[in-house]
Design a protein around this ligand. Structure first.
Ligand code: KET
Length: 396
């Protein structure tokens, strides 16, 4: 019956995690998957989350179904967090709770594929691998636009803009609002202005993927580009994830927002999103969304959480400084300042796939084959070891 099924080659990020867990070497370091670990190397339970979790556990509420679109209070709190003072009126905004950021991408992709036949999405080169998997899985063709310049280790801005300016009207363009995965290279404000000008002039449809709000500069600054589209009346899709910024990976909490500048369209968009959800998994899970809704809706808890996000952001920054300083000391003829210019959890090291293999095989340090390391997996106890391993493979 199943003899025609080929073996699965594995996922470039998730399979690394499996391999890491099987590794029995005591000094192994996991810098593969994008999970934030604290200074002791543990995945934190944020104190704000723990307190609402305990409050929820104290009440024997039934485990009923949520509506297809998710928990109402959660959806409202998410819209507030994403859009702040620019939050669109309900007739302009459709928000559905989703299974993490991945679920938001999939629901959005399915919706577009149903109403815009033979869709193509232009994704940055490079991007998160699963963008390709999710969009191609939903029937899209994926094309790339230039993004990262390996020479300057910065943004290939002119080439990016030229490509965007050449796309057909209505083309779907995937944009990372902050903390670009995997490179950590984000456009500057003036560059965003030009990107959005081009989107507006060409009539493109942005699909923003926001997995790290608050990890670059701040919760508000990091969504400037998204809010600018609201201010200009540009329609867009936005997936967001609470996996990292609430440390709720396994709870699968995210949302898909669709901004509809023309009045009267959001109701139908929301309706079709509900249908998409119903056909996929019927309705989302409850617990994680309830916790996020409680934290975001209570002023004191929200302030506490904001401080916790800031603490994570600052700790990663601190690790960037320590890693680059130790690398510089070990390999003085090379420049590692690029690590300080990158935003978010990831460092894009420029290591080749062969060098990444050596890091793992010889030193027990796990990174993604693209040369991406999760800086949030570093701490004072392992950074020297990682710097030594990296300089070891860099020296050849
Ligand atoms: N978008 C981006 C840009 C992203 O980096 C991730 C996860 C997601 C969406 C998915 O979020 P979630 O809420 O977990 O569905 N990235 C990390 C984990 C993974 O690959 O699944 C990573 O890049 O390591």
């Amino acid at each position: 019956m199943f003899s025609h099924l080929p073996p699965y080659a594995g996922d470039p990020i998730l399979s690394l995690m499996e391999q890491f867990l099987r590794d029995e070497r005591p000094g192994k370091v996991n810098l593969g998957i994008g999970i934030y670990a604290d200074g002791q190397g543990a995945i934190p339970v944020l104190p704000s989350v723990r307190s609402v979790d305990q409050a929820l556990a104290a009440v024997a509420a039934p485990y009923t179904y949520l509506p297809m679109e998710g928990h109402a209070g959660y959806r409202q709190a998410v819209a507030q967090l994403l859009f702040g003072a620019d939050v669109p009126a309900p007739e302009h905004l459709a928000v559905v709770q989703t299974l993490g950021g991945s679920g938001a991408l999939k629901v959005g992709a399915d919706l577009i594929a149903r109403f815009f036949p033979q869709p193509t999405i232009w994704i940055p080169d490079p991007t998160w691998d699963n963008h390709i998997g999710i969009f191609e899985g939903a029937g899209f063709k994926t094309e790339r636009y230039p993004y990262y310049d390996a020479q300057t280790k910065g943004l290939a801005f002119d080439a990016m803009l030229a490509k965007l300016a050449s796309l057909p009207k209505g083309a779907v363009v995937l944009l990372h609002p902050c903390c670009h995965n995997p490179t950590g290279v984000d456009p500057m404000r003036e560059q965003w202005v030009q990107i959005i000008d081009t989107v507006e002039q060409r009539g493109l449809l942005p699909f923003f993927d926001l997995a790290y709000q608050g990890f670059a500069e701040s919760l508000d600054e990091d969504v400037w580009a998204v809010r600018e589209c609201v201010r200009r009346g540009i329609a867009f899709f936005l997936s967001n994830s609470f996996s990292k910024i609430f440390s709720l990976y396994g709870e699968r909490v995210g949302a898909l927002s669709v901004f509809c500048p023309q009045p009267g369209q959001a109701a139908n968009v929301l309706g079709q999103l509900k249908l998409t959800v119903r056909r996929n998994y019927s309705s989302p899970p409850m617990h994680g969304a309830l916790m996020v809704a409680r934290v975001l809706s209570d002023a004191a808890l929200r302030a506490q959480w904001q401080a916790e996000v800031e603490q994570m952001r600052v700790r990663v920054r601190d690790m960037r400084i320590k890693l680059s300083a130790q690398l510089k000391a070990a390999v003085p003829d090379r420049d590692f300042d690029f690590l300080l210019r990158q935003n978010g959890m990831f460092g894009y090291t420029g290591l080749s796939a062969a060098q990444v293999d050596r890091l793992r095989d010889e030193f027990g340090v796990y990174a993604v084959s693209s040369g991406r390391i999760c800086v949030a997996g570093l701490n004072d106890g392992n950074v020297a070891r990682v710097a030594e391993a990296m300089s070891g493979v860099l020296r050849g």
